[in-house]
Design a protein around this ligand. Sequence first.
Ligand SMILES: [Ca+2]
Length: 587
Amino acid sequence: MKTLMTRLLGSGYLAGYAVLVAVTVTLALLCCWGGGERAFAQPPAPGKAGGAAKAPKAAGMRIRREQIISAVVTAATEGPQFDAPFYPLQARSKAKWAAEDTQIDEKLAALRKKFGKRPNIVYILADDVGWGEMGWQGGGKHRGTPTPTLDKMAAEGMRFFHAYAEPSCTPTRIAIMTGRTPVRTGLVNVLWPGQTNGLSSEEVTTAEVLSKAGYHTAMWGKWHLGEAAKYAPENQGFDYAYYGLFNGAPDAWPDSAALYKSPTNFRAPFHDFPGLEKYREMTGIDLSKPAFVGEKGKGRKPVEGPAGRLTNQRQAAFEKESIKQILAYVKDKAKSDKPFFIYWATYTQQICGAQDHQNDPHVDRVNAQASMMAQHNKHLAQLLETLKAEKIDENTLVVWYSDNGPMYAFWPTSGYSWLRGEKGDVLEGGVRVPALAYWPGMIQPNQDPTDFIHVTDLFTTAARIAGALDGIPTDRVTDGVDQTALLLLGEGHGRRNYMIHYSGGDVGAVRFEDFKIILKGKGHGGLPAMDFYNVLRDPGEKYGAFYAGLYAVTPVQNILRDHLNLIKKFPHRKSEMPKGAELTPHD
Ligand SMILES: [Ca+2]
């Protein structure tokens, strides 16, 4: 990877970079970089700490041309420090965004006047639901996985055809919780039961930002960001948390062992698992407490009953208990003078199904996830009805987002994507996911913007809507951009035109506008090795011919270069994973 980067960012850089800067920087600045040193009245200030380059302090001091370019392109002028490729778009959108921000402020102020408090925020993160799985995408009942409530939300809210996540569970959970590309946090791998690392306490979560801003904060579902108490949600900003520790796989292990002994072990996926007791003897890993209920400042205790015992019925039981609690929570907090933040990391659709819904209309019984999706749609409808009954639906943003693409290893109990690739890939099938935003009265119904969003954006957008942008730390890079304008003003108001798709700790692909380059091994014929796509024209990534996209190579290289350069100023947090123990299975 390093050699490839060096080659990609080689001799052609300067010319291309000058073009990029010329296009994006204001005329006032352009006049400053004709000579070696010029006076520059108001130099932008970079991020406050974390090894950021020092900004010239006094107005009018003389600075070098290189410093001007670097400061304009990579550094924050105030507030959060975003990734370097964000700044050219910000620079050329300054007037437009300022006008939009005024409109947004007015809308939020009017809402606050009406309800007397800031908006509630509900983030629902689904598991392994592939792009195309929704009825509104051509899936739904036509693929044996009915999604009636999600289709209703799509019709009454904003549906995203261009929503992106990280390629797997833990990384997307890091991204939604911190607004940061996982590699920056020191945690890039999917966590497996018994592993001792997790999301560093030094990271600032969405829950911490909102809690500090006066929100009630609660979570239900699959945490999967570390097993130790210090990593637990009640110690990462949530007042209350009802959560599972592990990925979805262990729920199927004990039953698989039993199935293996029976004459009906057809395709039991984990049939070599020796059972909980034997496994503990062999490994020292105790799987008997897969779920906990925690309260901030009070610690946690294991979940009792079927939702707290590994079996392939646990996920469905856990979801049932979760929605019961969520509805009670909403009813209770509707009366509070403080708003609430709910993070519901639903098990839908992990490996196990929901027995009660196996015989629902249109449910494919061979695909266990279809029944889980049916159950989830029912629960989701109950949540929306409750918000309405409590008369807070117009003061509650609900976002539904899948965490990654399907996992075909468990086919046909795997989910599905119409796109190429699967969970773990930086191909569209791995990272492009179904997503929705629903907010009656604030988000206009039936919208399908072409703008693209990334799961990290939910962090920054929550902070914006809560009036808590000042809670975002400025001593580190935040990758999520504020997408409130897209939500409230509609198509064309998105604030993102690039993405860096990571595969574990390495850059796997770079996106700029409609162009996407997937970085590969060795080049040939004097050209770097990469697959080039226009993913607007070719969402299935079927036509990866490089030559048609030669003109886009330099802009994409520049994005990569600026991204990598900023890492030098804001180094990644050290991994807490013991050296040499990094495995990267998907889940
Ligand atoms: Ca997942």
